[in-house]
Design a protein around this ligand. Sequence first.
Ligand SMILES: Nc1ncnc2c1ncn2[C@@H]1O[C@H](COP(=O)(O)OP(=O)(O)OP(=O)(O)O)[C@@H](O)[C@H]1O
Ligand SMILES: C[C@@](O)(CCOP(=O)(O)OP(=O)(O)O)CC(=O)O
Length: 357
Amino acid sequence: MTDQDFILKSYNSNVESGSVKWSSPSNIALVKYWGKRKNQIPENPSISFTLSNCKTITEVTYTKKTSSEFSFDVFFEGEKNEAFKPKIQTFFERIESYVPFLRDYHFNIETSNTFPHSSGIASSASGMSALALCLMSIEEDLGVDYADDYFNRKASFLARLGSGSACRSIEGELVVWGKNRSTESSDLFGVRFDGDIHSNFKDYQDAILLVDKGEKQVSSTLGHKLMYGHPFAKERFSQAHDNLGKLKDILSSGDLKEFIKIVESEALTLHAMMMTSMPYFILMKPNTLEIINRIWKFREENNSNICFTLDAGANVHVLFPKAEESKVYDFIKSELVAYCQKGHYICDSVGNGAKRL
Ligand SMILES: Nc1ncnc2c1ncn2[C@@H]1O[C@H](COP(=O)(O)OP(=O)(O)OP(=O)(O)O)[C@@H](O)[C@H]1O
Ligand SMILES: C[C@@](O)(CCOP(=O)(O)OP(=O)(O)O)CC(=O)O
């Protein structure tokens, strides 16, 4: 498929108003997207677990208007929000040719997240995917009739133009984005991982330890830009291809020890890219490292398959098989909680994707 396949050519412009509502999850990458080209095309493929409890709920009410500029209001967690508007404005500008009705309506966007935003738990992924899905449902309200597959693909295509990782939030349980030699994929949208998944990875758990709930100093968007001219960029992009290939085999064989190696190495490589860019920056906090060291110690002493991953932030995602749930939560409550801001953490697990409400 090409960009052209997603252009909406005709719709019923007589619809006066309506309302649509979606819940869309965040996701956590196992192989990380870090570096992009023009038009939100990733420099390397990535794969993520779709989450279940970390999600955005967005309701969009649309009303016909006469003026031709974009018009929308954002209400975040019940209050009028100006801070989220520029990202949505940029999103609308990027997707206009694919959803031309954007200038015909005023949009009232009421949204909330179940987790802190802008702190490396991919609120841009759940937020932008929820909005993209609402626009797709409006497209349907305007008389456009699509097969299920196309609906999800276009939603993912639009979401990508809001935030790259958002294209991996439409479906579950594992989603791949970015052309590669190992799996079915596209640079334009995310697709469900087409390989076998061993039962060891069913219902995988993710406890997100909130080391720092504040907004991070450097946004992911800026971080991606710093991969231009980065001294290790070429090697990193090629490593991501290799890691995705290895992960495909691991997901099928159920080899948890090998899974841990890839996932932890990906997280540390992501942060190594930040530390070696110019300007360089560090998003981990001292407690991030304390937690990592304690996870390693616990794994060794308990013959556990617990591991960590990080997004672009200080918070730690603790990944583990369902079978280890009770012993890992005992460990978190007795040891790791001390390193979390106000003792807060989120219990999550792999989920099935977005839902219309
Ligand atoms: N519910 C929402 N609706 C619309 N936009 C949202 C929503 N939640 C967050 N955003 C947008 O996403 C931005 C945060 O994304 P950013 O990439 O900086 O941080 P993040 O949440 O840590 O994500 P990531 O882990 O992908 O870096 C917010 O400033 C806002 O513009
Ligand atoms: C570290 C990451 O979470 C980076 C996410 O980057 P974004 O998707 O937030 O960036 P933009 O495309 O600029 O919106 C890794 C990942 O999710 O793959």
